[in-house]
Design a protein around this ligand. Structure first.
Ligand code: NAD
Length: 243
């Protein structure tokens, strides 16, 4: 049995910790450590059997795949370092600028890269439903509105998932109806998305709700194990699921 060794960027974060727990219960993944900002390192990390560091050069050589849930300003830099070490790179970080995506695509010529604004496995199904609904309503008079609800600490709005769902709608209707977006940041909501197709007197609502970060973490670990075995290239969750 092949074991895939994973390193996490954003190790001390909400997602980093959920991914670390998810790896513990995965039959073919093992955690070698994580990267975090210097100010979040503690004595507990120094005494840990894992490599927990603010220096990716100390961690990356020991990994098969790097999983990044950190901050959009640093994701491109970590992707370049992963490429220098020839390691697969999965990023779930949202809010990347165009230049950030360009870097991910550039390094995908050397290493396998996957970017997903939402690593929930069922979101791929939701996207397909949105694409289909938009295609069926293509010639009718209706509006597409996408609402995302997240916890108060989420920095980007609309969410990366909302933009992905909007992209699916545009693929379905070939650009005939542009979606509009609205975001709510409140309390500890993990992640809810509504895609509304509203016509005169009626609305279709396609809703995806995540109540536990475990859902994103499980999908990220499954995708990381898959990615480590791929050739260089730029991949999406649809590729992991074969849809
Ligand atoms: P968080 O703030 O709890 O954690 C961020 C982590 O990144 C921390 O460990 C922090 O120390 C680290 N970090 C930040 N800047 C850094 C730097 N310069 N160098 C090294 N480490 C750095 O955030 P979170 O809720 O865990 O979310 C992280 C990212 O993942 C966000 O972009 C969020 O939108 C995204 N996210 C994606 C999914 C998905 O399914 N793809 C799900 C939830 C969250």
């Amino acid at each position: 049995m092949t074991i895939t060794v994973v390193g996490i960027i954003g190790y001390t974060g909400r997602m980093g910790q959920a991914i670390a727990r998810s790896i513990e219960s995965h039959p073919t993944a093992a955690l070698c450590g994580g990267v975090t900002r210097k100010q979040t390192l503690s004595e507990q990390h120094e005494n840990s059997p894992l490599i927990v560091t603010d220096n990716p050069e100390e961690l990356f050589p020991h990994c098969d795949v790097i999983v990044d849930f950190s901050h959009p300003t640093v994701t491109p830099m970590f992707a370049r370092i992963a490429a220098q070490h020839g390691k697969a790179f999965l990023s779930g970080t949202t809010g990347l600028e165009e230049e950030g995506y360009a870097v991910l695509k550039e390094v995908a010529e050397k290493i396998p890269v996957l970017h997903a604004a939402n690593t929930s496995l069922s979101l791929a199904v939701t996207r397909r439903l949105v694409r289909q609904a938009a295609a069926l309503l293509k010639d009718l008079d209706y509006d597409i509105s996408i609402l995302d609800k997240h916890h108060r600490w989420k920095k980007d709005a609309p969410s990366g998932t909302a933009l992905t769902l909007g992209q699916s709608a545009l693929e379905g209707n070939e650009g005939t109806h542009e979606p509009t977006y609205a975001s709510i940041r409140s309390g500890a909501i993990v992640g809810e998305h509504d895609v509304l197709f509203s016509g005169a007197g009626e609305t279709i609502n396609i809703q995806h709700t995540v109540t536990d970060r475990k859902v994103f973490a499980r999908g990220a670990v499954q995708a990381a194990v898959w990615l480590a075995a791929q050739k260089p290239g730029f991949y999406a969750m649809d590729d992991v699921l074969g849809v």
